[in-house]
Design a binder for this molecule. Sequence first.
Ligand code: FAD
Length: 436
Amino acid sequence: MSYHYRSWGLNPQIKQIACVLNGATEQDLAGPHKAQKLLAYGCGSSYGDVCLNDEGVLLDSHRLDHFLNFNPDTGVLRCQSGVTLRAINQQLIKYGWFLPVTPGTQNVTLGGAIANDVHGKNHHLAGSFGCHVLKLGLYRSQEGSIECQPDKNAELFRATISGLGLTGFIQWAEIQLKKISSPYLRTEKMVFTGLQEFDALSNDADKAYEYTVAWIDSVAAAKYRGRGVLFCGEHADSSADRRPSKKRILSIPFNAPTGLLSYPVIKTFNLAYYNMHRLTSSKALTYYEPFFYPLDSLGHWNRLYGKKGLYQYQCVIPAEGGVEVVEELLAICAHYRQGSFLSVLKKFGSIKSPGMLSFPRPGYTLALDFRNLGESTLKLFSALDKVVFANQGALYPAKDARMSREGFRQSFIETERFKNYIDPLFSSNFMRRVII
Ligand SMILES: Cc1cc2nc3c(=O)[nH]c(=O)nc-3n(C[C@H](O)[C@H](O)[C@H](O)COP(=O)(O)OP(=O)(O)OC[C@H]3O[C@@H](n4cnc5c(N)ncnc54)[C@H](O)[C@@H]3O)c2cc1C
């Protein structure tokens, strides 16, 4: 079956064949596609080409949405890999259980969360998603179904956590959820005037709060550059329960005209956003959805970037001297007059993931969204790369559509070991472009 499959950045735009799976047994997975190169596809919430495979077939997992087992005493959940984080929240928050780690959108499948080893606002305390995976069932084209866990088929387990879909198809997984008392969070926001101030606030907030992340104004004039807002939160106790207000989900119906997100527009938006937070109160009781997933309330917001789509540039820079490096990266963006209105900064903690190609590591992670302006955007990225790699930084595959092979090898020192676990029948555009 052929659909219009794409990644969140709408970039690259390729023709893609796909098959919607109705089951995840060996027969379902082996059957009709024997000679074709395969790749699992979740929600397509990756920005670039890790979820695309134009020389083969995508195995669309959205019907693999069954909950297989849940123990309400221990919070251990087993699901098929196409179950979304949204479904897990909807089903289990009412019983006082929450995702141990969640990215900034709920439109992510369990398989996708594992394959990119996603991170969230609690990285400093909880590590990445892979730290909470207890077991998984993996279909491999030669061996069939294999059960993997930290102490059984351990190396295949490590390769599959952050394995970018290349070690086979994750049929199901078992994860450890986190006990909470309320779907509400006690939240606080703190405005800062520059990155040094961010650093001091973030270090203190990481001791006081479970969740921290900052938005920064990446296009402010040089003397204000790096100002922003630090958002913090922790789960409220049960006395904080109340009815959430009704959500209104708006959606962008079509690609916006080019120019909508021009540099002056982004500058104006950032100034207004910064001032709005400066002027509004700092402590609140916030329902989990607007706190964790503010962007999900605007459906298809990627269309705001026009029909050529967007790139996200997400890097991590080691903590020592990292603030100065982030300052340098922002100065480069200003020099190229390319702005991002979604600029996110977070300090990762030191909990190590089991994943061989896991992206999070101690230091500062900066994520910047850019309209795809072709050559000029790519030139900007080359300039950013020089600084990132000169400082032993790394780039995040889940957000990438253009990193070099050299950049990948430098970012992931276990690449050669990982290659031993790639299933010969599985491939992706990202793999052909960057890994092999
Ligand atoms: C608004 C927004 C905010 C985001 N915020 C964050 C964030 O805070 N932190 C973060 O880490 N990421 C973030 N992301 C990225 C997103 O969380 C990841 O790209 C995630 O992996 C997407 O999951 P998916 O189900 O859409 O998988 P897809 O994008 O469809 O696929 C991702 C990878 O997973 C593989 N895969 C999917 N299912 C399976 C399976 N069953 N078996 C084997 N491999 C499989 C695919 O082959 C592919 O390599 C964000 C994305 C968006 C759009």
